[in-house]
Design a protein around this ligand. Structure first.
Ligand SMILES: Cc1ncc(COP(=O)(O)O)c(C=O)c1O
Length: 340
């Protein structure tokens, strides 16, 4: 099977498993795991922030980051297909009383005009006040799109003077960095809190890191425990993350090339299904209308796993476990199926 459902399906490599087996560990609830400390410091440094917190998932890192910026009864603004609002099962509202309003952008980009229109930092006693804005980079459901750096700078300039804070869902920020060459810290420093995933393009089996100011991260540590997600000898998992940071960032360029190869082949067969120029990183979204469910089923029967992510939309994500030959084979299968 060539599994293109998500970049979360990767298995740790032998070298990564060896790094995990050799990890020095301690009790992380006592804040005594040296490998966890090394990972948290490394990621905070890469993103230009003071401190980091290792978490079991990207969803938890987002929940803890947003909680530190938005008080119960205040609102978070984001794009309508953002993971925080579409795929975290209402966690921000359930645990922390956060409400949301959204803007819509075909590429999932920040719409500065919409932000100007929606943002009400001090809405008085009758309306909900905006406390923060969340941005997803790359944007998963919009097709792995990269947020333009200049727009992010303008967003910061708009939000900071009025006290509205910024959270970056950087689950795939590594892909944005590899695709554009923009330094991770140049993205990271524009935001008050940033979450990044180790378990997607980086290929680690588990984990994310939230970074931000030391005080916010200390508080997030308390909330992580309160939510039952304190963990003990997590250094075995942190070691996988450290290994991935050393070995798996630059290779993401291969994933991007594989995604483009698949998109090119499908577009040649049916130009209405995808515009390859919109494929910026490792995500390809095919718009195939009422053929979506059938396409997913027939591709699976031919050894290519994909997923439906919206009406008529089939998503493919390339990753560490998809070789160049796999990509060519998947491209051939999908091109033949969309041709009909
Ligand atoms: C953009 C984005 N943010 C956050 C997450 C959440 O990560 P996790 O599955 O580790 O909770 C995902 C997962 O797919 C994602 O795509």
């Amino acid at each position: 099977m060539i599994d293109l459902r998500s970049d979360t399906v990767t298995r740790p490599t032998a070298a990564m498993l060896a790094a995990m087996a050799g990890a020095e560990t301690g009790d992380d609830v006592y804040d005594e795991d040296p490998t966890v400390h090394a990972l948290e410091e490394r990621v905070a440094g890469l993103l230009g922030h003071e401190a980091g917190l290792f978490t079991v998932s990207g969803s938890l890192a987002n929940v803890l980051g947003v909680r530190s910026l938005v008080a119960p009864g205040q609102e978070l603004l984001c794009e309508e297909r953002a993971h925080v609002v579409r795929a975290e099962l209402g966690a921000h509202a359930v645990w922390h009383g956060v409400t949301t309003r959204t803007w819509s952008d075909p590429r999932g980009h920040v719409d500065l005009d919409a932000v100007r229109r929606l943002m009400t930092p001090d809405a008085g006693p009758y309306l909900v006040s905006t406390a923060a804005i969340a941005v997803e980079n790359t944007h998963n459901f919009a097709g792995g799109t990269v947020q333009p750096l200049e727009t992010l700078r303008e967003l910061r300039a708009l939000a900071e003077p009025v006290g509205v804070r910024l959270h970056l869902d950087g689950a795939r920020l590594w892909n944005a960095h590899v695709a554009t060459g923009v330094a991770l810290a140049d993205y990271g420093r524009l935001f008050d809190t940033v979450s990044v995933c180790l378990s997607k393009g980086l290929g680690a089996p588990v984990g994310s890191v939230l970074v931000g100011p030391a005080a916010a991260i200390a508080e997030a540590r308390v909330w992580r425990k309160r939510l039952g997600a304190g963990w003990r000898q997590a250094g075995v998992l942190a070691a996988a993350g450290l290994y991935a940071l050393d070995h798996h960032i630059e290779r993401m360029a291969d994933d991007h090339a594989h995604a483009r190869l698949i998109a090119d082949a499908v577009a040649e067969a049916d130009p209405s299904a995808v515009d390859p120029a919109t494929v910026e990183t490792n995500v390809v979204i095919l718009d195939v209308g009422d053929r979506a469910a059938g396409l997913v089923e027939r591709a699976a029967a031919e050894g290519v796993l994909t997923g439906v992510v919206g009406p008529g939309l089939v998503r493919l994500i390339t990753h560490l476990d998809v070789t160049g030959d796999d990509a060519k084979q998947a491209a051939g299968v999908l091109a033949r199926l969309v041709r009909g």
